[in-house]
Design a protein around this ligand. Structure first.
Ligand code: HAM
Length: 437
């Protein structure tokens, strides 16, 4: 028997609906923020990631799947999406589009040769978004808001938004110098990898998984203390915008992120959920004002994020989602031959108003009819007999609350819509953006 490769997994038919639901929310929320989808190849010339993500990062040093193709070219399975999107916008000259910034999102498999564990795989999936062409701090806040709104739509709670700034290129250089000075007398206390990182790029010492709790790293100088005036102003504006939007965040002075391309804002959102295990970071992102230029495009500022979909699915295990069960809005029970035509017309009118309705076509006893409504998970059972017809009324039973009311026929549609979702009157029960869905 040939087994799957370590760190990969099959999405079996019983799980594919969960993926499709997640992909629907990605599309819906991206539409709300007016981001358009871009799809790029899953492999690229290796040079793209070496130059884009950075030679000294763990991703490029230890985790990429590199191979030579039959033409002798060095190619790499993409470890992330940002470098590919930037390559594509340069190659297709999208940076010259009239509508700026370019607002793009993507989803698909990524590949990293990491030690597999719950929430960490060698083939995993990301949903990422990139806003390319604007240096406005408002778009940094918009990107963070987009990520947070997506989590709200999924009803994932217990999240913590952590934000920091690395500043512009000048601030980063100044900080690197200060960090190197600080590390010089202490570097022998850190691991072999850190000694190498210290020489090549001291910022990467701060990503060390071995020494992450070492006091030498905990007490290291922080980038926020070395920002130029301009960078500090940018960061203050991002914070002001997040305050205006009303998002809760925490400034995490130690957050640097593991990819070399970041400048200014960096952020991550963690969730404190048992189902996630140790891999609690759902999304990471930030501004990367020099990447487009470093990949031979014009000087173009940009900011973005990427979620890991497997981690989102693990987080969703902690979320109650009763609405995931198939449901219909109304089930009509018409009692007596004379009222059948009227009842069918009513059902049709409700459908034209966007409600999912079904009808009792069997001549079962009343108990059987109610059983059928229950099987279909009808939110409302409509009971219409000759007496109701005479009075131009109908009985409506809300199966979730158990409340039954007699409603004038002319008010039926409004009654249903207003009571569909007790806290969000106009939601049809599957909008994926209100509190209940
Ligand atoms: P990243 O932090 O390397 O950033 O990855 C983003 C997210 O992908 C992580 O927070 C995590 O949820 C998920 N992830 C990463 N590695 C794995 C893995 N081995 N298994 C499962 N999930 C994983 C980036 O990739 C940047 N391109 C984000 C970005 C976009 N920055 C600006 N624009």
């Amino acid at each position: 028997m040939i087994n799957k490769i370590k760190g990969t997994y099959d999405i079996l038919p019983e799980d594919s609906a969960k993926w499709q639901d997640l992909e629907d929310v990605i599309r819906n929320v991206s539409k709300l923020f007016n981001f358009k989808e871009i799809r790029t190849p899953i492999f690229e010339y290796s040079e793209l990631f070496h130059r884009g993500v950075g030679e000294t990062t763990d991703i490029v040093k230890k985790e990429t799947y590199d191979f030579e193709d039959r033409g002798g070219r060095s190619v790499t399975l993409r470890p992330e999406g940002t470098a590919s999107v930037v390559r594509s916008i340069i190659e297709n000259k999208l940076y010259a589009d009239a509508t700026q910034p370019l607002k793009l999102y993507y989803q698909g498999p990524m590949f990293r040769y990491e030690r597999p564990q719950k929430g960490r795989y060698r083939q995993f999936h990301q949903f990422g978004a990139e806003a390319i062409g604007s240096n406005s701090p408002l778009i940094d806040a918009e990107i963070i808001n987009y990520a947070a709104t997506f989590l709200q739509a999924l009803r994932i709670k217990n999240i913590k938004i952590k934000i920091n700034s690395l500043g512009d290129a000048e601030s980063k250089e100044l900080y690197k110098e200060k960090l190197r000075e600080y590390l010089r007398p202490n570097i022998h206390q850190l691991c072999g990898d850190c000694n190498r990182r210290y020489e090549e790029n001291p910022l990467r010492v701060l990503d060390c998984k071995v020494d992450k709790d070492n006091p030498v790293l905990i007490e290291a100088p922080k980038p926020l203390d070395f920002l130029t005036e301009e960078s500090k102003y940018h960061f203050d504006q991002v914070i002001a915008a997040l305050d205006a939007i009303g998002l809760d965040y925490e400034i995490d002075k130690s957050l640097v992120r593991g990819l070399d391309y970041y400048t200014h804002t960096v952020f991550e959102i963690d969730a404190d959920l048992e189902s996630l295990g140790a891999q609690s970071t759902l999304v990471g992102g930030g501004r990367y004002n020099k990447l487009v230029e470093s990949l031979d495009g014009p000087d173009t500022p940009a900011v973005g994020f990427a979620f890991g979909l497997e981690r989102l699915l693990l987080a969703l295990e902690s979320v109650d989602k009763p609405q995931n069960a198939p449901f219909i809005h109304c089930f009509m029970i018409a009692l007596g031959d004379d009222v059948q035509a009227d009842a069918l017309t009513m059902v049709n009118d409700l459908r034209h108003g966007g409600l999912i309705c079904d009808y009792d076509f069997f001549n079962k006893n009343l108990k059987g009819k109610f059983k059928q409504a229950e099987r279909l998970n009808a939110f409302f059972i409509l009971i219409y007999g000759e007496e109701e017809a005479k009075e131009k009324m109908i009985n409506v039973k809300d199966t979730r609350s158990g409340i039954q009311e007699r409603v004038p026929l002319r008010n039926l549609y409004n009654y249903i819509v207003n009571n569909l979702n007790p806290s969000h009157g106009s939601c049809s029960g599957n909008c994926s953006s209100c509190d209940e869905c």
